[in-house]
Design a protein around this ligand. Structure first.
Ligand code: DPP
Ligand code: ZN
Length: 878
């Protein structure tokens, strides 16, 4: 595969200003006719016209009304002698086969309908084009298809005409007035129904919102529609960005590689992020829908109106839009404590996915320097770390300053394809003299340097001078291709607490922009406990040297909820790490258990916060702290700790369970969701203890709940409690759950996922969870072709169940290799994601490390792997 380098960017030699597309839709052979209005770029050297095309067949090419000769070169269609003159029209006719398109990139069929996915490079699988984001054109699209099978015909923009054709066919013509890159093109032809609603923006204009789903799913679209309405209102209120389209459509499809796609005016969504009813979706699903609907809607400005010059700039739109959807969810959550809970969840997700990425074989900067398959760079780094970079800018210029920056960004670049530099420049220029503007070039290292920086903080208190001096130092480990790093700009929100919990110094912003700097706090009454990096103000690994006593102070008193949670996690982490080092089982100390009990009992704390605070750091997070890790050892230690918390806090769990039962009607609000989350954690702990002590009461109650729960959150929570505790009732409960699911795909996905994540027994029965997951491959409901289903079983096992996956006999790795080789010919994007499971194999202890290398080498030896998989394996084995 050819590797593309960021430094090689050159503007295109030709622009395409206008496109007229006509589709004769047929699953076996669809005919695409396109008329391209092409303009030479006067700044470029005269050269052949090279259009991208992949897995499609050209029928004819005409230029300026006459047939023109062309040739193929790799995946390009080359016209050596395009017509002279500044502008000309090129007409192309080609075919593609949607039914055979199992990659789900380009035009494909799903559930008997036609759908598209063009980001990043899917448009070239539909027709020949300059398939790059800096080529922006106005599209007019005609769709023709059988009316009975495909009564709904949709594309971007506005419907301008529709009517009947001979032979039971019909047509629709759509026009999108906004110039857009080809990756934002979409079409849908299917038998769908829709929920619709009108909305009036501040300017008084009325707009139509529509959510299209399969027949029978209409009752599950209310939440998606409500989320869309809220998104429209929020973007106008917070950033002054209104809906610019007459109509905005969302279409749900069952087979989809990503979560959703922001095609102009016609968002296409994985059903997982549209369909929800209390009976089928959990609180987490409801929150996910709100955030993804928001995310895709917000792309309309950050991504579509201003797009990326090239794919290296992907974080320009993704980092910024993740930041916007996180802010949206926080604003929707409302109360300060609900906002904090959302922030904790976002940081936990960042640490679970992005930190390991930054430390592994695929580490890359937020703005990568090269790629073989761009689809491999839709990563946690580009998205989540990219969002943190935007958040740091907001911290450095303030919330109002950031809004001014966004306004300037749109004044300067609306309608353009730009770079991450352009964005940072606009935020800085709107805030002259700010902490950002004065060190912009240094700040931009966040875009170019990979790896998670380490921040060390040490304080000295001078009682006589009542002065506290805090010294911050930073360092960063080498990452692939970047042996040394220059200092980052690290905004550190800091406050000082007394040992008794009172505030000794109010929160202030410290900005570290060199290797080492000291900051002085005057008038400090007593030796303080520093509360640093509040709200996780920078994506770094903090070493503040605090011991148990100080962390207990922060856990009990910090007014920053994030740091309060963090203090509890660090107390737990320190114990987990110490125990992993020991050969013998470790008993949890009284101080820690009491601290957890205090949190659980504190009536002033939000139940959602308690659930987060009482959940031990994940096995993956523990592994990340170690240069070499043994997944089985970590699992055994963490399970042992969970059992101890289950038994020593037994009465408190029982009380928490009863106290947090929700008796009102179901609503996916943060407050109800928090109570359900805590009740479910309590139930899990109660079942764990009951199974160990042979008491049937709590498992019985959990079983009852699987049968009777009025909502999915409680049902699956109870099922999880039985499965993870290895209760005898787990099997009948799983059967019951499957029956209740009634074949509903998203619920069946949950059933697979839960079993794939089932905690592996420690000691007797070890291997049972792996065996169960493996056996599920043969279940009649299982399929590799549906990405959601494949992810629910295979990815959950390989990524989220370390003790089942990393086996001394290497059976987990064999399972991984076999599935990877099965999926790759079907869907390379999906296969490449699965390949990423091995990112951190070099940190594994023996015998896992050698076995992992062998599995990697075995897969890499296959000659006909996709470019996507080859790139990931290549980096892993480098
Ligand atoms: N659909 C993906 C997203 O919104 C890629 N743009 O992040
Ligand atoms: Zn996005």
């Amino acid at each position: 595969a050819t590797v593309v380098h960021r430094q090689d960017y050159a503007a295109p030699a030709y622009w395409i200003r206008k496109v007229e597309l006509c589709f004769d839709l047929d699953p076996v052979k669809t005919i695409v006719s396109s008329k391209l209005h092409i303009e030479r770029n006067p700044a470029a050297e005269p050269q052949p016209l090279k259009l991208h095309g992949e897995d499609i067949t050209v029928l004819r090419v005409m230029a300026a009304g006459e047939s023109v000769s062309f040739r193929h070169e790799d995946k390009l269609l080359v016209i050596d002698n395009p017509p002279a003159g500044e502008q000309f029209v090129l007409e192309i006719r080609n075919t593609c086969s949607p039914e055979k398109n199992t990659q789900l990139s380009g035009l494909y069929t799903s559930g008997g309908g036609f759908f598209t996915q063009c980001e990043a490079e899917g448009f070239r699988r539909i027709t020949y084009f300059l398939d790059r984001p800096d080529v922006m054109a106005v599209y007019t699209v005609t769709l023709r298809a059988d009316k009975k099978k495909y009564p709904v015909l949709l594309s971007n923009g506005n419907l301008v005409e529709q009517g009947e054709l001979d032979g039971g066919r019909h047509f629709a013509v759509w026009h999108d007035p906004f110039p857009k890159p080809s990756y934002l093109f979409a079409l849908v032809a299917a038998d769908l129904v829709c929920r619709e609603q009108k909305i009036r923006t501040r300017a008084g204009k009325e707009h139509l919102l529509q959510v299209f789903v399969r027949r029978g799913d209409l009752g599950k679209t209310e939440h998606a529609m409500a989320s869309l309405v809220a998104s429209v209102v929020w973007d106008e209120a917070r950033f002054g960005l209104p809906l610019d389209l007459e109509r905005f459509m969302i279409v749900a499809v069952e087979d989809f590689n990503m979560g959703a796609m922001e095609n102009k005016g016609l968002n296409i969504f994985n059903t997982k992020f549209v369909l929800a009813s209390p009976a089928t979706a959990t609180d987490v699903d409801f929150a996910g829908i709100e955030s993804v609907v928001g995310h895709e809607y917000f792309h309309n400005w950050t991504g579509n109106r201003i797009t990326c010059r090239d794919w290296f700039q992907l974080s320009l739109k993704e980092g910024l839009t993740v930041f916007r959807d996180q802010e949206f969810s926080m604003d929707m959550a409302g109360s300060p404590s609900a906002r904090a809970v959302k922030r904790i969840e976002d940081v936990r997700a960042l640490r679970a996915s992005q930190f390991p990425e930054d430390a592994g074989a695929m580490a890359h900067p937020v703005r990568p320097d090269s790629y073989a398959a761009i689809d491999n760079f839709y990563t946690a780094t580009v998205y989540e770390k990219g969002s943190e970079v935007v958040r740091m800018m907001q911290t450095l210029v303030g919330r109002e300053g950031f809004e001014r920056g966004i306004t300037l960004y749109f004044e300067r670049h609306d309608g353009q394809a730009v770079t991450c530099d352009d964005f940072a420049q606009a935020i800085a220029d709107a805030n002259p003299g700010s902490e950002l503007a004065t060190r912009l070039e240094t700040f931009k290292r966040w875009y170019s340097q990979a790896g998670t920086p380490r921040l060390k903080a040490r304080g000295v208190y001078d009682a006589e001078a009542r002065r506290y001096t805090l010294t911050l130092t930073q360092s960063a480990l080498p990452s692939p291709g970047q042996p040394t790093k220059q200092p980052f700009v690290i905004p550190v929100l800091a406050a000082l607490l007394g040992r008794d919990g009172r505030t000794l110094a109010a929160e202030r912003l410290l900005v570290l922009d060199s290797a080492e700097q000291s900051f002085v706090f005057e008038d400090v009454d007593a030796e303080p406990v520093p509360s640093l990096l509040r709200g996780f103000s920078a994506p770094v690994i903090l070493d503040d040297g605090l011991g148990d006593a100080e962390l207990l102070t922060l856990l009990a008193h910090d007014s920053d909820a994030f740091n309060r949670w963090e203090a509890g996690q660090r107390l737990a982490l320190a114990r987990l790490l110490a125990a992993v080092e020991q050969a013998a089982p470790v008993t949890l100390d009284e101080a820690f258990v009491e601290a957890m009990r205090t949190v659980l009992r504190d009536p002033a704390l939000d139940p959602a916060f308690k659930e987060l605070a009482l959940t031990l750091p994940s096995e993956g997070y523990v592994a990340e702290q170690l240069a070499t890790f043994d997944p089985q050892r970590i699992h055994a230690v963490r399970e042992h700790f969970r059992e101890q918390l289950a038994s020593t806090l037994h009465a408190d769990w029982a009380e928490a369970f009863e106290a947090n039962l929700v008796h009102e009607g179901y609503a996916p609000t943060p407050s109800q969701a928090g109570r359900r989350a805590l009740a479910n954690l309590a139930l899990a702990m109660l079942c764990l203890h009951a199974v160990r002590s042979g008491n049937p009461v709590w498992p019985g109650r959990a079983y009852q709940r699987v049968k009777d729960a009025s909502n999915m959150t409680d049902r699956i929570g109870a099922l999880a409690a039985l499965v993870h505790s290895h209760s005898e009732l787990a099997e009948p409960a799983l059967e019951r759950f499957h029956a209740i699911a009634g074949g509903e795909p998203l619920v069946v996905d949950k059933w697979f996922a839960l079993q794939a994540q089932a905690s592996e027994p420690v000691g007797a029965g070890h291997g049972r969870s792996f065996a169960r997951a493996k056996a599920l491959l043969k279940h009649p409901d299982f399929s590799l072709k549906n990405p959601n289903r494949a992810r629910s079983l295979i990815f959950q096992l390989c990524m989220n169940n370390p003790a089942a996956f990393h086996r001394a006999d290497a059976a987990g790795y064999v399972f991984w290799a076999e599935r990877l080789l099965e999926i790759d010919p079907i869907n390379p994007q999906l296969a490449a994601r699965l390949a990423r499971v091995m990112d951190r194999w070099t940190a594994l202890a023996e015998p896992y490390r050698s076995a992992a290398r062998e599995a990697l080498a075995r897969v890499a030896a296959k000659p006909d792997l996709s470019d996507d998989v080859r790139e990931v394996l290549g980096r892993a084995l480098e």
